[in-house]
Design a protein around this ligand. Sequence first.
Ligand code: SAH
Length: 508
Amino acid sequence: MKSKGIVYLVGAGPGDAGLLTVRGAELLGRAGVVVYDALVNKELLRLAPPEAELIDAGKRSSDHAIPQARLNELLVDKARAGQCVVRLKGGDPYVFGRGGEEAEELAAAGIAFEVVPGVTSSIAGPNYAGIPLTHRDFCSSFTVVTGHEDPDKEGLEVDWSQVAQASGTKVILMGVTRVKSISQALIDHGMSASTPVAMICWATTGRQQTVTGTLATIAEVAEKAGFKPPGLTVVGEVVRLRDKLNWFEKRPLFGRRIVVTRTRAQAGPLSRLLLERGADVLEIPTIRILPPTGQYEIADALLELNAYDWLVFTSPNGVAAFFELFFKAFEDLRDIGGVRIAAVGPATADKLRGLHLKVDATPKKFVASNLAAAMAEQGSLENLKVLLLRAEVANRDLPKQLEEMGAIVDDIACYKTVPETDDRNGAVARLLETGADWITFTSSSTVENFNARIELKPLLARYPDIKLASIGPETSKAILTLGLKPDLEAKEHTTDGLVKAIEAAPLR
Ligand code: SAH
């Protein structure tokens, strides 16, 4: 049977990646093709399988990267070719943004489709600025209108006199550049010039910015603030609640742009901590993890796994890479045998515990040289076989120390790293365009790899306000080696410690 293609029109939510629906995440996870809009949070693309084709439909007001007609054709063609297509649209697919038209095209072409609702910016945006659209003390309805008519469409003018007369809160999408004429129109049609107004751009993301005023003043306030799209405007008494309910913008790191430098696989926990504190996180991957060049050695080691007394892991990447290879060779975790397990530091140990493996040795101070001592605490290493699972290029200190303690060491590469050049989430472009408050480094290799991708000295010359945050002494040393100085070194050498230190640092 020929496989049948299908198109899922999926609402990506307003920006905060956490606001994608469970259904949306599930469908992204099995997409063959993802066609996404400019306002979609690019981090969501990571949910798609690595081999999925990603197409940037890049729609930004007036300059459509792919014309709508061509886009509709593309969806139809991909589905006809048997693909599972996820059409990822900002907010909710059926609130402006032409989701209805795309669905009509699919229906007309006889393509199977499903539309997955999304959290619309018209509701979530005000929420993240501390504004509920309805409230028993103020109003019991709201109206959502577009402030920017589609130039291709005739006869669908917004009737501002009706909007002005409607009771309740008004939310205006796509009206940032026209706020002056819109607020004037609302006043002309009978609304009080002192009605409270808020404008929110990049709502629900770390770049969110909110300004407030009244119908009389908002245009000037927005202009002074250099307010730019994408943004929305909320008009009504509910705006007053913002003083009390502004939970998002009060987060400790709100408004701070922080670069996280790690591998794709590892950035998660640090980014999450920062995001939860309201930071604008630019996750810049510097290296990509690939299988080792020659795989014979690791294949041999896997076949003789039960001959080893210790498995030693020196990075979370090593753990991930090893178990990927392990499960290619074996179906059952019990094939790992009774071997003891050592981890060089807490992140590596956590990764192992995440697989429900007990870690028998971790040094108190997180450097390779202390690991041998921690292992020896469990009994002499004399004549014990140790399998060291590391990156292709790794220094000789650890195997040397283990050998000096009598161990027989096999130092085997289970992955290699290559420089990352892709800028899938656009973070590199944003850093180069706007600078940042902090660049975080969590190991000496993140320093070296970051510097190989984006040279730090010229970057700091261009943006002297950027500060460097180091997780600990080894990492700081790597920064000093580049002729630079860390502005902060975490007291506790963990991601938690690093975040705490940034939180405690003075603003400037
Ligand atoms: N379907 C989308 C709206 C598409 S129209 C939804 O349901 O949210 C695009 C407009 O949505 C933008 O011009 C802006 O007015 C608004 N918008 C989308 N995301 C936004 C965000 N993160 N912050 C503020 N406004 C946003």
